[in-house]
Design a protein around this ligand. Structure first.
Ligand code: PLP
Ligand code: COI
Length: 358
């Protein structure tokens, strides 16, 4: 793929960048450049370019603004101690974007083109990838996204689509660092039904989660737990994370895929936990099993995982009629977190071949 580059005339100066990277938070600051590729049926993917980061022009009739034909990804670049830069499983993000785009009737950007686009932007904005000398577990969060940019109000797949990549230095997703997240069980709202878009990473799934997130915040909780839409009995996932349940015999259960977002962190943890000697089962997991398991002590740990949130212990679960407390332990959660972050930061051997050098 031919990518043209126009460098920013006003890149962020070193002092300001150091200040941002010392305490980046999540999703607040953006690197100096962005990548754009256009698609039309005639020309296919074309006009790939890296330009200074800035606002884009979109026609008010652009289909994405009306019908939400959009997909996105979330992934990270890490700086190792020798200053080399690495992506974690970028092919997996590329493959998932392909599946999401197929579900949203968007054109497919092939895996090598996706990976090259991400790599090129990170190379241009390499100084935005934070180091980890302070033990901060920082990274450059990368947000590829694709949207219907065609000016047309008829409801059909757009004939002009734009793919972009932006990047944002990231520290902890949750304020206050690694501490258990308390969850709100929404019994009114669901995230995805059979045949819906639950397995796709598309903005609409997040838009529909916000009112439930408002309920969670009002109840003093950090995140929402969504149940299946059909029976309202089985745990699906959180607003932005997958979940794991650890039993007192060391076995682990995670909800099966279908209507949930198939997390790349989720898939990686299945492999890591199995390597650590744990039996991992993907199956339907009832909300009653959660309540009963924590109360009886059979469930010893619950954790959630995702690119932005990494691996986070789960605390209490609240709903309109009650609450179950946090499970007793966080030991395995923290071991899995250390192992995963160790691989990502180059401190633990990458036996799975997950890391992709830029
Ligand atoms: N589930 C939802 C709804 C998410 O938004 C995310 C985050 O991307 C995940 C799960 C975890 O996916 P991944 O591990 O690929 O980041
Ligand atoms: C990610 O983890 O990459 C996500 O997209 C989740 C979102 C809540 C930031």
């Amino acid at each position: 793929m031919q990518i043209t580059t126009t460098l920013s005339a006003n890149p962020t100066d070193d002092a300001r960048l150091a200040e941002i990277l010392a305490n980046p938070g999540f999703g607040q600051y953006f690197s100096d450049h962005m990548l754009t590729i256009e698609w039309t049926p005639e020309k296919q993917w074309h006009d790939a370019r890296i330009t200074p980061y800035g606002p884009i022009t979109l026609d008010p009739a652009a289909a994405v603004l009306h019908y939400a034909q959009e997909t996105f990804e979330g992934m990270k670049a890490y700086r190792h101690d020798d200053d080399s830069l690495w992506l974690f499983r970028p092919e997996a993000n590329a493959a998932r974007m392909k599946r999401s785009s197929q579900r949203l009737a968007l054109p497919v950007l092939e895996v090598p083109d996706f990976v090259e686009a991400v790599e090129e932007l990170v190379k241009v904005d390499a100084r935005w990838v934070p180091g980890n000398a302070d033990g901060g577990e920082k990274s450059l969060y990368i947000r590829p996204f694709m949207f219907a940019s065609e000016k047309f109000l008829g409801v059909r797949p757009a004939q002009h689509v734009t793919f972009m990549v932006i990047a944002s230095p990231a520290g902890a997703y949750f304020k206050g660092g690694i501490k258990p997240v308390n969850l709100w069980l929404t019994e009114e709202y669901t995230r995805a039904g059979r045949g819906g878009m639950g397995a796709a990473k598309t903005g609409g799934n997040y838009a529909s989660s916000l009112v439930a997130q408002q309920e969670a915040t009002a109840a003093g909780c950090d995140q929402v737990v969504f149940l299946d839409a059909q029976e309202g009995k089985y745990v699906e996932e959180l607003g932005g994370m997958n979940t794991y349940f650890v039993f007192d015999d060391g076995s682990i259960v995670t909800p099966e895929t279908g209507t949930i977002l198939e997390g790349i962190t989720r898939a990686s943890i299945i492999e890591l936990a199995e390597k650590m000697g744990h039996q991992v089962t993907e199956r339907r997991f009832g909300i009653d099993e959660w309540r009963e398991g924590v109360t009886s002590g059979r469930i010893t740990e619950i954790f959630a995982c995702g690119t932005a949130a990494v691996v986070t212990p789960v605390g209490s679960l609240k709903w309109a009629g009650g609450e179950v407390p946090a499970p007793a332990s966080q030991d395995l959660t923290m071991r899995i977190r250390e192992e995963l972050v160790g691989v990502q930061l180059g401190k633990v051997d990458d036996t799975f071949g997950w890391m992709h050098r830029i």
